[in-house]
Design a protein around this ligand. Structure first.
Ligand code: AMP
Length: 285
């Protein structure tokens, strides 16, 4: 495993692999790695000749400065996990490498409906910063395949739109959400929860599952969403939203009957930490 801190040495290394005709897979992360991140790297290793993982806590996508300061950065442990996962290349840039003074890294594209609702509404500026860094990293790494998690469903939809609108020759693969034994979606932020909250947070997934059961029984969607919000609040998890939307248009879904692609998404706050989760309920190809 080679660790690159500078863009120049990374691109030299990758260019050599490209000349050899190797397929390059890329997994961008913000570190504090867990099994979820590793599952993306594993998938890339399965599909591609070379797997590159980046670790970069992108200051531009934090709308809450406190969240940026408190974001965990256990680099040594991360590198150990990536070594065990047999990743080929790790890119650990500094802010100045990603955003060199004088280089305009802003991108001009309409991130579409996914950027305007839920996470887009509750975290102003977050998706602009996220798309900017992913675009910059893709420009540096130029992978054949990009691996991202369903866990960040709106993020993935925006990157899909960006790749398509900017004609980037990259295949985007969506990887399933890995969960802790009680159902809580794995997240770097989970380490900041108390032991008790981490256990109790399984209610997020059980609420999603119960809502799915009622949705499939064609109960009124408004009542399902209202009850889900109530269940979460009563358990001490302050919900920001619980929505049931079309996975492509991000419009609200009103009934089970004519739905082709249905995703339920929610965000909650507990102990000052914000957690998101989602579940795909219907996906007809
Ligand atoms: P992050 O480090 O939070 O920016 O996440 C890096 C990548 O890992 C993103 O594509 C996430 O969607 C993905 N990811 C985060 N949590 C999980 C999880 N529990 N299961 C699968 N993928 C995940």
């Amino acid at each position: 495993m080679i660790i690159h801190k500078r863009v120049a040495t990374l691109t030299r290394d990758l260019d050599r692999y490209r000349r050899q005709g190797k397929i390059i897979g890329f997994v961008p992360t913000m570190g504090a790695l867990h099994e979820g991140h590793l599952s993306l790297a594993e998938r890339s290793r399965h599909d591609c000749d070379i797997t590159a993982v980046s670790i970069f806590v992108n200051p531009k996508q934090f709308n809450d400065p406190e969240d940026l300061i408190k974001y965990p950065r256990p680099l040594e442990a991360d590198l150990k996990m990536l070594l065990e996962q047999k990743v080929d290349i790790v890119f650990v840039p500094e802010v100045e490498d990603v955003y060199p003074p004088g280089l305009n890294t802003k991108i001009d594209f309409d991130p579409g409906p996914a950027s305007r609702v839920m996470e887009g509404a509750f975290r102003p500026g977050h998706f602009d910063g996220m798309a900017e860094v992913v675009h910059r990293l893709l420009d540096i790494v130029r992978p054949d395949k990009l691996y991202m998690g369903q866990k960040d469903f709106q993020q993935l939809a925006i990157i899909r739109q960006m790749i398509s609108d900017l004609h980037m020759p990259i295949i985007l693969e969506m990887c399933p959400t890995l969960r802790e034994p009680h159902g809580l979606a794995m997240s770097s932020r989970n380490t900041r929860l108390s032991e008790n909250a981490r256990k109790e947070a399984s209610i997020i997934y059980t609420t999603l599952t119960e809502a799915q059961r009622r949705f499939e029984e064609e109960e009124p969607v408004a009542a399902i969403k209202r009850d889900a919000m109530e269940t979460l609040s009563k358990a001490g998890f302050e919900p920001e939203y619980f929505e049931i939307v079309d996975g492509l248009t991000f419009q609200n879904v009103d009934s089970y009957a004519d739905s082709q692609y249905v995703v339920a998404l929610c965000a909650i706050r507990v102990e000052g930490i914000r957690l998101i989760d989602n579940d795909i309920w219907i996906r007809k190809e």
